[in-house]
Design a protein around this ligand. Structure first.
Ligand SMILES: NC(=O)c1ccc[n+]([C@@H]2O[C@H](COP(=O)([O-])OP(=O)(O)OC[C@H]3O[C@@H](n4cnc5c(N)ncnc54)[C@H](O)[C@@H]3O)[C@@H](O)[C@H]2O)c1
Length: 341
């Protein structure tokens, strides 16, 4: 692949996340252009084509590949549809940014690992964008550096103002806690060994079919305990924050950092309203890093193995929704293929 011309990215799925990535690559990212929109919904496809300033439109990934229209593929269809798009793109040997989750369950994620290992090196980067957030990176460095002593606890909150009716009880784990299942072990440089879920008083403002908030307790293999308040009906705004408790110190990330206003005897600070504002910088950094790596047919972030690990943890988390006590999380040995990823 030429290193001088812009990387031609095909975006598969132009819904909420895909449209966001099209705007990002077109307006803020350097070294790449959106050359193809692969989206069966005509209205969404048309809006994305317009935002991309001239991408070609396809309804199937196979057609975009046959037309030679793309150098790399960004997958932003719902998780249950990732597997066929991943397999087809792997077969073509193109670099991939796959929005989280890798796939919907450990079995299909394992099939992706098997297919990827037929290539020369990893081609799939999974969209766990928190790893590109400046504060999460600082916290990871603090843990690794040990200047505040050893890490003891991670206290996480994940709060949404509200969710659409299509959001299910399982999605509390597979769509939301999924991020903590990647980032907590990454921060601590450790592996998840078990997950337990407790529920107390239900929020009467939650959609009728949901029973939340949840308290998710995650054990890591180095003794660090992680608790996550998963709370999707808080009404007031969007908060993703972590408090890290060390032997000799405390660190907080994800605190409100918007406009501060003193008026009428009150002090106010603007709160985030959605993941898009909270993580805009992280998404931009993630996609810029991926574009740089994809130009050399490689990856610059979480691999398919990381995606597989999270799929296994998610399955345990879903089981823990209906099983009292801690559900163990067991992984097979990491394939050598992913040693450097
Ligand atoms: N990183 C994050 O924080 C974050 C946030 C939101 C969504 N996501 C992920 O982004 C992905 C998309 O989520 P969304 O909320 O944008 O979904 P969405 O439902 O808004 O959009 C999905 C789009 O994909 C299209 N589509 C479905 N099957 C297709 C196929 N086979 N080929 C091409 N297009 C197809 C649909 O027509 C739809 O327009 C999911 O994997 C989701 O988990 C990640």
């Amino acid at each position: 692949m030429s290193t001088t011309r812009e990387l031609r990215v095909g975006v598969v799925g132009a819904g909420m996340m895909g449209a966001d990535h099209v705007a990002r690559i077109t307006d803020r990212i350097t070294g790449a252009t959106v050359s193809a929109i692969i989206e069966p919904d005509e209205q969404r496809a048309a809006a994305a084509i317009q935002a991309s300033r001239g991408a070609q439109s396809f309804s199937r990934i196979e057609d975009a590949l046959d037309a030679g229209a793309v150098d790399a593929v960004l997958i932003a269809v719902p998780g249950q549809f990732h597997e066929p798009v991943l397999l087809t793109t792997l077969e073509a040997g193109l670099p991939i940014l796959c929005e989280k989750p890798l796939t919907a369950d450990p079995e299909s994620s394992w099939r992706i690992l098997e297919a990827e290992q037929k290539r020369q090196h990893p081609l799939i980067q999974v969209g766990f964008m928190r790893r590109f957030d400046a504060e999460y990176r600082q916290l990871r460095e603090l843990v690794a550096g040990g200047t505040a002593g050893r890490l003891l606890l991670l206290r996480c909150v994940h709060r949404n103002p509200a969710v659409p009716d299509s959001y299910t009880q399982e999605m509390l784990i597979t769509d939301s806690v999924v991020h903590e299942l990647d980032i907590a072990p990454w921060l601590a440089d450790a592996a998840i060994t078990s997950i337990e879920i407790r529920r107390g008083r239900r929020n009467s403002l939650s959609p009728a079919h949901l029973n939340e908030p949840l308290l998710v307790l995650i054990e890591l293999d180095d003794g660090v305990l992680v608790d996550v308040e998963m709370n999707i009906s808080v009404q007031f705004g969007y908060q993703v924050a972590t408090e890290a408790v060390f032997e000799a110190g405390l660190a907080r990330i994800g605190q409100p950092a918007g406009l501060q206003l003193w008026q009428d005897g009150r002090f106010q600070i603007a709160e985030q309203q959605s993941f898009r504002t909270r993580f805009q910088q992280a998404f931009d950094t993630e996609i810029q890093a991926w574009i740089g790596a994809a130009r050399h047919a490689t990856i610059a972030g979480p691999s398919a193995w990381d995606g597989y690990k999270v799929a296994v943890a998610c399955a345990a988390g879903v089981q823990a929704l209906s099983t009292p006590g801690a559900v163990p999380v067991e992984l097979p040995e990491k394939p050598d293929f992913y040693a450097g990823a």
